[in-house]
Write a protein that binds this ligand. Structure first.
Ligand code: C2E
Ligand code: MG
Ligand code: MG
Length: 754
């Protein structure tokens, strides 16, 4: 059996000459499509068939390409050859060789094992009886079946031509399909890249992949501003073009590339040169993208079509990436000061607490004091400039290793090494005035700090801790700072726990009101009572209102709770009146939060109306510290409350710093001397001086005075001698439930009375 040969049959003028084939063993270095031939494999154990076939077809072009033959003389040899031979377009295969069905076995092997699906197969047999089953023809994608006698030269030619045509079509479809799959894959890959630069670099790499070569090129964006001055900004480079990174590409840098890109932009389409391609990506908002790539071979028609699909796909992507990075910017950066915002800061914090920098790092919130007033007084534009001024100063003076963020209107945040981020450094920055628009503005700031080395938890937790520290610093009412400590965290958690418990307790009626009698010091007769709230937990423990009232205020629960106390006390007053205590007064504590609620007045009126409690027998106690805030609002409120007929007492009097003139402007009825000053009364002149002053003040202003916290007889006597008419305290009675009060009024009170 002769060895297999592969060679190109030259076109012959004389078609009837018997041709002896020159033998050129070896595999071609270039692919058949690159060399523009069709490769036809003849598999037949009959040598004559090989020579007659090559003789018959050898000098003919099909679709403008000559044929190249590959010869195999047995099924076994064909198997070996097919493992390495590439781009065989047609196989002419003898059905009967070593065995009767060797040919069909080989077909199965070609399709199923070698997975050569494109190659067209034409079966030939000497005897008609050996025709394969219809099933085999269909299952193994056999193109044609002919008996050898049928294959005259003309018939052989038409059969092979048809097979080559169908091979060519299959190849085109498959190339496109492969290309399209690659484009889809490329697009998904590209979408996962963040940032325009990365995306652009990805585009270059994917073009290389698509063309089956290394990417060697440059991708530019052209902005088209109104002045018509076009500039090609390089967004990404690959391969030997890296020196062009991040520049504006002009004729000076590279005339060839520049001109090619300009041409593609002008024609708004891809341009293919002999050794380069220029790709055009139509962008939105008067900006287009263009890429220049060097290639080793001119792209095929399929390449060109695929590149067009790719370009339109990617153009959308480039625009989207720009949009996404814009959105990213908006989502993570404060637009005014161009600083990271809270979301971004939390990301940075998360990375810091998880990394080695954590040990030395400190986070500080920087809250500008009274910024709202400055903003109102000087205008928002001025306020904005001031914020930018603060941002710049923090950024430039604390050093480049410190992260500065803006997380709220007037709240900045700095994060960095404790050597830079500390109260001394930060507060020093506020000693110099900020010069804005020719005006010097002096600002001060309050800091809440967290040492991340001592912090447990996430970045968001660290920020919360810093916030807690800031609140503490502010509550100390001086420009200053506070470091978060773990005990504060425990305290806060305890408070949150209590807040939930209190809500539940209120819902489950674990709260009740007790009444502490108030007496006339001279006659020791009860004149009224103060309603005091009590919370007894299911296990019998009492929680002091000093602890839970602030939590109720903080959580807003005080609004509902206060209304409930008010109604309960009013009802009790009505009951007491029915029991004959007609002149009895009821004092009800009102918290600041309640008092400032816009519907407080309505609530009060409704409670009076619904319960039928006479307003002139109701007194509201507000604390002195509360009376000091926002005087104008308070004066107005008190005026409205007084119109309902209810009277007003200032509780815990003496602990604040009310000025006399201010007190005169408030429409109040009574001063309540704080327990602390009653306790101080020892009989010496100094001990009773404050109580004495308050009593004096009341007399001068025409206000009633009552002393609270009277625990012993001596205190009672001194107060009486100083001219204090009324008192409340354990000496006379402890706070008691409504029914206990009833009994007390009817028995004990009478015994004590003079
Ligand atoms: P307050 O209004 O100054 O109430 C007087 C407090 O002094 C009451 O404490 C009372 O039990 C206590 N007290 C009375 N006599 C004596 C005495 O002789 N010696 C001593 N050591 N203490 C005496 P309580 O009931 O624990 O209430 C504490 C604070 O909680 C009240 O101070 C008031 O500010 C607030 N509070 C209580 N109930 C309510 C309420 O319903 N609403 C509001 N907003 N606050 C309430
Ligand atoms: Mg009170
Ligand atoms: Mg008090």
């Amino acid at each position: 059996m002769p060895p297999p040969v592969t060679h190109l049959e030259q076109a012959k003028d004389d078609q009837d000459d018997l041709v002896f084939l020159d033998e050129h063993p070896g595999t071609p270095a270039l692919s058949s499509s690159a060399r523009n031939v069709w490769r036809v494999m003849i598999i037949d154990d009959d040598e004559d068939v090989h020579s007659t076939t090559t003789f018959a077809l050898g000098n003919l072009d099909m679709q403008q390409r000559p044929l190249e033959f590959v010869h195999a003389y047995s099924a076994g040899q064909a198997r070996e050859l097919l493992k390495h031979e590439q781009e065989i377009a047609v196989i002419l295969l003898d059905v009967v060789m070593e065995q009767d069905d060797a040919g069909l076995h080989l077909v199965r092997y070609i399709r199923e094992t070698l997975k050569l699906h494109d190659v067209r197969i034409i079966l030939r047999t000497g005897q008609p009886g050996y025709a394969p089953e219809i099933d085999a023809i269909r299952d193994f994608d056999i193109n044609d079946y002919k008996t050898k006698s049928e294959l005259t030269r003309i018939k052989l030619f038409t059969t092979v031509t048809a097979a080559i045509r169908s091979y060519e079509q299959i190849r085109k479809i498959n190339d496109s399909r492969r290309g399209l799959t690659q484009i889809v894959h490329a697009s998904t890959q590209l979408m996962s890249l963040h940032g325009v630069q990365n995306f652009a670099a990805g585009v270059l790499a994917q073009i290389g992949d698509l063309l089956g070569c290394d990417a060697n090129g440059v991708l530019c964006v052209q902005e088209c501003p109104d002045d018509g001055c076009h500039e090609l900004m390089v967004m990404a480079t690959a391969g030997t073009f890296r020196h062009l990174d991040n520049i504006t590409l002009t004729v000076r840098e590279d005339q060839r590339i520049h001109d090619a890109l300009e041409l593609a932009l002008a024609q708004r389409r891809n341009v293919y040169g002999p050794d380069y391609i220029t790709l055009y990506f139509a962008g939105k908002a008067s900006r287009d993208f263009v890429a220049f790539l060097e290639v080793r071979r001119a792209p095929t028609e399929i390449d060109e079509r695929l590149l067009e699909v790719f370009c339109s796909n990617v153009a959308v992507g480039l625009d989207n990436v720009e949009l996404v990075s814009h959105l990213h910017n908006a989502a993570f950066y404060d637009q005014l000061c161009k600083l990271p915002n809270r979301t971004r800061l939390v990301e940075i914090l998360d990375a810091t607490v998880a990394g080695p920098a954590r040990e030395e790092a400190t986070l500080s919130l920087v809250d500008l004091d009274h910024f709202a007033e400055t903003n109102d007084a000087l205008g928002h534009q001025f306020g904005d400039m001031l914020l930018i001024g603060v941002a710049n100063r923090l950024q430039t003076e604390l050093g480049e290793h410190v992260t500065v963020a803006r997380i709220g209107g007037d709240i900045f945040c700095v994060l960095g090494d404790s050597a830079q981020v500390n109260p001394g450094n930060i507060l020093a920055l506020f000693q110099r005035a900020f010069s804005i628009d020719g005006q010097d503005v002096q600002l001060s700031a309050t800091l809440g700090l967290v040492r991340l080395g001592e912090h447990e938890g996430s970045g968001a937790d660290a920020l919360k801790d810093a916030d807690i520290a800031l609140k503490r610093a502010k509550s100390q009412q001086r420009a200053g700072h506070f470091y978060f400590s773990r005990s504060m965290g425990v305290e806060i958690r305890e408070r949150v726990r209590m807040m939930h418990a209190l809500r539940t307790a209120f819902g489950q009626n674990q709260l009740f009101v007790v009444y502490q009698p108030q007496l006339d010091l001279a006659t020791r007769r009860p004149v009224g009572a103060e309603a005091l709230l009590r919370w007894q937990t299911p296990d019998g423990k009492f929680i002091s209102p000093d602890r839970f009232i602030p939590i109720a205020e903080y959580s807003g629960l005080i609004i509902d709770l206060g209304e409930w106390v008010m109604r309960t006390a009013c009802r009790e007053l009505v009951d007491l009146r029915k029991a004959g205590h007609e002149d009895f007064m009821m004092s009800i504590n009102v918290s600041q939060v309640q008092f400032r609620h816009p519907l407080f007045l309505d609530m009060l009126k409704r409670a009076l109306e619904d319960t039928g409690a006479p307003p002139q027998n109701i007194e509201l106690e507000i604390t002195e510290s509360m009376a000091m805030e926002e005087p104008d609002l308070l004066i107005k409120m008190l005026g409205q409350i007084k119109q309902t007929g209810v009277s007003i007492a200032i509780d815990d009097f003496g602990t604040g710093f009310s000025s006399l003139s201010y007190l005169q402007r408030l429409q109040i009825d009574r001063l309540k001397i704080d327990r602390a000053f009653v306790t101080e009364i020892t009989g010496s002149a100094r001990g009773s001086s404050i109580a004495e002053m308050v009593i004096q003040l009341g007399r001068n202003l025409g206000l009633a005075v009552i002393a609270e916290g009277v625990e012993d007889e001596r205190q009672a006597q001194i107060l009486q001698s100083l001219g204090c008419p009324l008192a409340q305290g354990f000496l006379f009675a402890r706070p008691m439930t409504a029914s206990a009060l009833n009994g007390w009024l009817n028995n004990d009170a009478l015994e004590g009375a003079a």
